[in-house]
Design a protein around this ligand. Structure first.
Ligand code: MG
Length: 321
């Protein structure tokens, strides 16, 4: 396996980020966030989810967000859907990609979707059929791939089994997710070895890390070195952890972009634009966000009045402007 010289950064902030933050973000702020992220050149943004609004009230305005955003050529606007009804709503909203969500942990699956893993996959059949008929790509998340709050460690062979099954049933992309932020790089390597051993191609993979224990950037680096072509991240590090209140959220987009830029790995994304999007949201929330790079570029010593003088202090990959 060889390291990537370019990766696709998939922005999770508007969906996985805002869904797991304590504040309810107004519709206008959501639209402004997606528009700012689009302008930063992100190739993929998960805009929201079409789930039961009684269960996930924060995502109840997803159709309206889709209606109002300015779509940029070159950005794919994805929607998370749990079933056929959600897929139909996503198609009406003109989503460009559908995401489904399964778990590698049987007990997490029952807790999260009230169904076994196998039953969850059965619910995806009409979703896959609708996507195929419309020519839309499908991403399948496999959550709790490194650990589950109920079951503890998850064996790489279990991840490989369900990942293989999701692709065989029609998903075009398998997104292996460390939902509770427990993974370390050696485990990333073991999981990648297990999924490639069952015939999954690197080109079919994405990975999704949480920074709950400070390991997200190390795991992302390991995935990149192993040839994973797509990494998920969230502007500002939005997203918290539903099982660890107060913990850091998703891998921050700013931190991933910094790593890539200084490592000469192309992303096509404007880091300053992402930082600007995060700052806009932070001011709406009235608090800071966990991204290390965002915090570093907001530090008073770097808050120079002009781009020229600030570059003297900041690293070349920094998002300060
Ligand atoms: Mg996440």
């Amino acid at each position: 396996m060889s390291e990537s010289s370019a990766i696709r950064v998939c922005e999770m902030g508007p969906r996985d980020g805002l869904q797991n933050e304590p504040e309810v973000v107004p519709l206008d702020a959501k639209v402004a966030l997606v528009d700012a992220l689009s302008e930063a050149g992100l190739p993929e943004i998960e805009v929201g989810s079409f789930v039961n609004p009684a269960l996930v009230p924060r995502m109840a305005d997803t159709a309206e967000v889709f209606r109002r955003i300015r779509r940029r050529t070159g950005t794919v606007y994805a929607a998370l859907v749990p079933n056929q009804r959600g897929a139909e709503a996503a198609l009406s909203a003109k989503a460009g990609k559908l995401s489904v969500f399964a778990s590698a942990s049987e007990s997490f699956s029952r807790r999260n979707t009230n169904a076994s893993i196998a039953e969850t996959l059965d619910r995806f059949t009409p979703v896959f059929e609708l996507a195929r008929a419309e020519g839309l790509p499908i991403r399948a998340y496999l959550s709790c791939a490194f650990g589950c709050p109920d079951e503890g460690e998850i064996a790489p062979a279990v991840v490989a089994r369900w990942g293989r099954e999701l692709l065989d049933r029609g998903a075009g992309e398998l997104d292996i997710a460390d939902t509770i932020g427990v993974a370390v790089p050696v485990e990333v390597e073991r999981v990648l070895e297990a999924v490639t051993a069952v015939g999954v191609e690197m080109s079919q993979l994405a990975m999704h890390f949480h920074d709950t224990r400070g390991t997200a950037i190390a795991n992302a680096w390991t995935a990149i070195r192993r040839g994973v072509p797509a990494l998920d991240s969230s502007c500002g590090g939005l997203g918290g952890c539903p099982f660890a209140p107060g913990a850091s959220g998703n891998l921050a987009t700013e931190d991933l972009l910094y790593l890539c830029e200084r490592s000469r790995i192309a992303t096509g994304v404007d880091a300053a634009g992402v930082a600007s999007a995060s700052r806009g949201l932070a001011s709406c929330l009235g608090r800071g966000l966990p991204s290390r790079v965002l915090a570093a570029t907001c530090a008073p010593v770097l808050d120079a009045p002009t781009r020229g003088s600030s570059q003297h202090h900041s690293d070349r990959g920094g998002a300060n402007s």
